[in-house]
Design a protein around this ligand. Structure first.
Ligand SMILES: [Zn+2]
Length: 268
């Protein structure tokens, strides 16, 4: 499932190809917005928020999309065979005279007044990759920025919940999925089922943010433990374990090193 870093890259790709250009062809293959006409509108920009994308137009409307499990945006040159976008998996086509952006397997699609975007995002915690999430400069003991402060407040209501479940909860902080759940807990040597009130939440969230910021620049996630069950731990060589966070139907995989991230039993 795409996480905050890949949403950042998707938004940047859409900005490069659509931002400032007038649409000459628009197809929204989704029941609630079928027939909506956006031809002639200019795309202002696309903003990511957690795992959501907000594409804003010059008429005061916003196209809200979510990639869910397998969604992605692909940009091709207008007029090429690929721009026909004939696949039944295509949910959206936004084209100007130069570029055609094709939304494939999107899991959500709404058109709302830009002024009401916040109602779509009201259930979400602060975006971990937002500039205002934390203060720039060396982290460590610096006072948390506004987004981190809000996230810590939300985290504080989840005492006793396993830390792996709190990190996945988009209502606490938006943008983290199973990759940065696994990689940030590994970096901080935290057992995934440690109760949330027994970990240094600020330090953990700062680590997750840093790993995601690096991945935005590198174009790929760190891949030290996520998806590597049975492979040797890059630190100690112990085989990486795989477990499950949350009950069905919301279960998500969790990867960790049993040696570097041992379960900590609370003193009696
Ligand atoms: Zn290890």
């Amino acid at each position: 499932m795409p996480e905050g870093d890949s949403l950042r890259r998707a938004a940047a790709a859409l900005d490069r190809s659509l931002g400032g250009f007038t649409l000459v062809r628009v197809e929204l293959r989704w029941p609630t917005v079928a027939g909506v006409d956006l031809v002639g509108r200019t795309v202002l920009h696309t903003r990511p928020y957690g795992k959501h994308l907000l594409t804003r137009f010059d008429d005061g409307r916003t196209l809200h999309t979510h990639l869910r499990m397998d969604g992605r945006w692909r940009v091709v040159a207008t007029g090429t065979p690929g721009a026909a976008a004939r696949s039944t998996k295509v949910r959206a086509v936004l084209a100007n005279q130069v570029s055609t952006a094709i939304g494939i397997d999107l899991g959500m699609l709404d058109l709302v007044p830009t002024a009401r975007e916040h109602t779509l995002l009201a259930h979400l915690g602060p975006d971990i990759l937002d500039d205002g999430f934390d203060r720039p400069g060396p982290g460590g003991d610096a006072p948390p920025g506004p987004g981190l402060t809000e996230a810590l407040g939300r985290w504080g209501h989840r005492t006793g919940t396993p830390v792996c479940e709190v990190l996945l909860d988009q209502g606490v902080v938006a943008g983290i999925g199973t990759i940065y759940l696994a990689e940030s807990l590994f970096a901080e040597r935290v057992h995934p089922w440690t109760p949330a009130d027994q970990v240094d939440a600020a330090r953990l969230l700062r680590t997750a943010r840093l790993l995601m910021q690096r991945a935005v620049l590198a174009g790929r996630p760190p891949g030290r433990v996520h998806g590597r069950r049975g492979h040797p731990c890059p630190r100690c060589g112990t085989p990486i374990a795989r477990g499950t966070a949350r009950p069905q139907p919301y279960a998500r995989p969790v990867f960790w090193c049993p040696a570097c991230q041992p379960a900590v039993s609370r003193p009696a």
